[in-house]
Write a protein that binds this ligand. Structure first.
Ligand code: AMP
Ligand code: MG
Length: 349
């Protein structure tokens, strides 16, 4: 059955819509809803049966655990134990917000949510629709990003309807999400704290709240022998359905239209200005928040082009830029710095 699609204002959600979605959650169904990061595919986090539907709708491997979304500290205490006071103080300052914390789980949390791990990933989203939905449902909501596994995250409800319209029960149609990139995941069960996934806020941004955060970006794509810290890291992620090439040389990037007309360039407005071709703009390169919010949309736009592949360039890794570069690195099928290598790779496609 096709999903029920209900329009909702992200800043002022209609209680009638929220109630309808909450009924789906309490009835054990799945709802796609906006957060301030990307769209989430949610179900009752305390029901193993409901959470199983998330895994099957997304075709997500069972060993990749889910983030639980909460709307209150009492919900936090229902699913986590031994939360240190220092972490609680930090939560009061960073939540609601795009930071996911790894904590010790309580037994109440179904194994399927944590993939059997002793920890659970939790956050309080800063989005009025998400908060109202959790509150009205009266239960924490488990919600990974609302895309089919391996695909780019969804930042626009029209993409959610296209991709998930036949595999979930309800979609809350709220247009574009605010940040357009996922939360930062920090493991606070260990000292020093460890960042498992860069996100909206960099370790430097979070330092005033959480102190020094070590960053361990072990990634099996580059380093097959190591155990990935966040289980999700070992899988292909964020990838459009055609090759995406990261061009590390700025001059080469700007020269591409004279080499081939078979690729789409994805770049900041400064980088693609004046270049021939049906290219995709990431917006103002001076504003990394703008670039971040356009990234996944650009990956999906690339799929609609007739080109053979996409070429993208690096951006500044400051602040949210660190997460942008992490997503580009994982989505890219190749990193290329010379014209010869580019020609060779294009010929092989
Ligand atoms: P997403 O599915 O895009 O929302 O991403 C959720 C991320 O959180 C994945 O990378 C998961 O591997 C990670 N995650 C969730 N729970 C845990 C956990 N208990 N330990 C480590 N990583 C987790
Ligand atoms: Mg995801």
């Amino acid at each position: 059955m096709p999903a029920t699609v209900l329009k909702v204002d992200q800043n002022k959600p209609d209680p009638v819509v929220v109630n309808a979605a909450a009924r789906v959650i309490t009835g054990g169904g799945t709802v796609v809803f906006p957060t301030e990061t990307v769209y989430g595919l949610g179900a009752n986090a305390l029901s193993a049966e409901a959470c199983r539907k998330i895994f099957s709708a997304k075709r997500r491997p069972a060993d990749n655990p889910l983030i639980i979304h909460i709307c209150s500290m009492s919900q936090l205490d229902s699913i986590c134990r031994n939360v240190p006071d220092t972490v609680r103080t930090a939560m009061e300052r960073i939540w609601p917000g795009p930071v996911t914390l790894l904590l010790e789980r309580k037994q109440l949390v179904p194994d399927i949510v944590t993939a059997g791990l002793p920890t659970v990933a939790v956050r309080m989203p800063a989005n009025p629709v998400a908060l109202a939905l959790i509150e009205r449902s009266g239960t924490p909501i488990a919600a990974p990003s609302a895309n089919i596994a391996t695909r780019p995250s969804i930042v626009d409800s029209s993409d959610a309807i296209k991709e998930l319209g036949n595999v979930v029960d309800m979609i809350l149609d709220a247009g574009r999400t605010y940040f357009g990139i996922e939360s930062t995941i920090v493991d606070v069960t260990r000292k020093p704290y460890v960042m498992l996934r860069p996100g909206v806020y960099s370790p430097d941004d979070l330092k005033p709240f959480l102190g020094e955060i070590a960053s361990d970006m072990r990634n099996t794509k580059e380093n097959g022998s190591q155990v990935p810290l966040a289980p999700g890291m070992k899988y292909t992620h964020y990838s459009p359905n055609k090759p995406l090439i990261l061009i590390t040389d700025e001059e080469l990037f700007r020269k591409i239209p004279s080499i081939t007309c078979r690729v789409t360039l994805i770049g900041t407005s400064q980088m693609i200005r004046g270049l021939a071709g049906d290219n995709i703009s990431l917006g103002d390169g001076e504003n990394t928040y703008e670039v971040a919010s356009n990234l996944f949309k650009a990956f999906r736009e690339l799929e609609d082009k007739t080109s053979l592949a996409g070429c993208i360039h690096p951006i500044s890794e400051k602040g949210i830029g660190m997460a942008v570069m992490n997503r580009i690195g994982k989505a890219a099928s190749r990193t290329i710095g010379s014209e010869t290598d580019l020609r060779q790779y294009l010929d092989s496609l």
